[in-house]
Design a protein around this ligand. Sequence first.
Ligand code: GCU
Ligand code: CA
Length: 135
Amino acid sequence: AASVVYEAESAAIGNGVVESNHAGFSGTGFVNSANAAGAYVEFTVTGAGDTNLAFRYANGTTIARPATLTVNGSTIETLQFAGTGAWTTWDNETVAAVLAQGANSVRLTATTAAGLPNVDALTEGAEGGGGTGPI
Ligand code: GCU
Ligand code: CA
């Protein structure tokens, strides 16, 4: 199936703001979460069964910004979101997941006091391996 892009600036945001001051984002901006554990971005993703979720992000620090990925409230895993070298350098963290039919809540929640990386978008159906877990 074709991939579908969900922009973070259209997602539900917990403790963060939409900004556009670091170039290279898709759409009209990205989400800058507060530097706080529990900050989140929650996408509503239309179901497609077995699929891949690619989170496009930037982390201009040298320290990973881990976040728990939950789908419909169930924890899938903690993604690391390693440093990308600059706030204007965007990379993808891709994971396999299984979505239900219809609307799915796909949430990243920061696990450390650093908060989330800057989050640009989620691509559902991105290329990657099968199974469950990191690609
Ligand atoms: C800088 C950067 C922000 C980023 C923040 C952070 O302030 O400009 O885009 O979100 O660092 O450390 O989270
Ligand atoms: Ca931030």
